[in-house]
Design a protein around this ligand. Structure first.
Ligand SMILES: Nc1nc2c(c(=O)[nH]1)N[C@H]1C(S)=C(S)[C@@H](COP(=O)(O)O)O[C@H]1N2
Ligand SMILES: [Mo]
Length: 203
């Protein structure tokens, strides 16, 4: 029986070891997924706030944040709509740096990320600590485009990309979990792509 090379080869992921179940490699394409109108933020008025269940609520200006020790992520991102992108470089500041200043209380267990637009997403605190999450303003050496969340977005690359709130300006520490925008609409509270935690009720 003749074997059609194209048929067998086509859908085989180029990096199966790095592609979570149900995902495909989007290659050079970077889709934009935005539920709301894209905001234009004035950097003079911009603030990054960490509040809620913290000992010392903080609010930083743009220059405050730029002066913090920089931190980069080099690696992959995974959107729940099944595209993944390999080898992205994002630069900003580690969420650890922000939380170290605000000092979450012992009772703090979750974080709600808030965007200026009203978009929210909830995360377990342990998923944004220990070098796993960033607040980023640059991608592949260039300023983060407005459509991709510029001037600043959250980046939590080990979870599905809806957790990476664009235009983030507030991290609210919480003692109890509360669903964010997509989570209220049926998406998972954690969203680990390797466990395929797409919807509420998934493992
Ligand atoms: N503020 C805001 N952040 C958001 C979203 C959104 O609609 N609004 N969409 C989420 C989803 S579903 C994904 S996949 C990524 C898309 O980011 P991108 O447009 O830079 O690819 O942003 C996440 N963060
Ligand atoms: Mo998404």
């Amino acid at each position: 029986m003749p074997v059609t090379r194209g048929f067998l080869g086509r859908r085989r992921p180029s990096r199966p070891d790095r592609l979570p179940p149900g995902q495909y490699d989007a290659g050079s394409a970077w889709p934009t997924l935005t539920a709301e109108a894209t905001p234009r933020l004035d950097l003079d008025a911009w603030r990054m706030t960490v509040d809620g269940a913290v000992e010392s609520p903080q609010s930083w200006t743009w220059s405050d944040v730029q002066a913090m020790p920089g931190s980069s992520y080099v690696g992959d991102i995974h959107c729940v709509t099944t595209w993944s992108k390999f080898d992205m470089t994002f630069t900003g500041v580690s969420v650890d740096t922000l939380l170290d200043a605000a000092r979450p209380t012992d009772a703090a267990k979750f974080v709600m990320a808030h965007s200026t637009t009203g978009y929210t997403t909830n995360l377990p605190l342990e998923d944004v600590t220990g070098g796993k999450a960033w607040v980023v303003w640059s991608v592949d050496g260039k300023p983060l485009p407005t459509g991709h969340g510029g001037p600043v977005r959250l980046l939590v690359p080990h979870l599905y990309f809806w957790k990476s709130a664009k235009w983030v300006t507030r991290l609210e520490l919480m003692e109890r979990d509360r669903p964010g925008f997509w989570e209220q609409n049926g998406y998972h509270d954690r969203g680990d792509p390797w466990l395929e935690q797409r919807y509420q009720g998934d493992p």
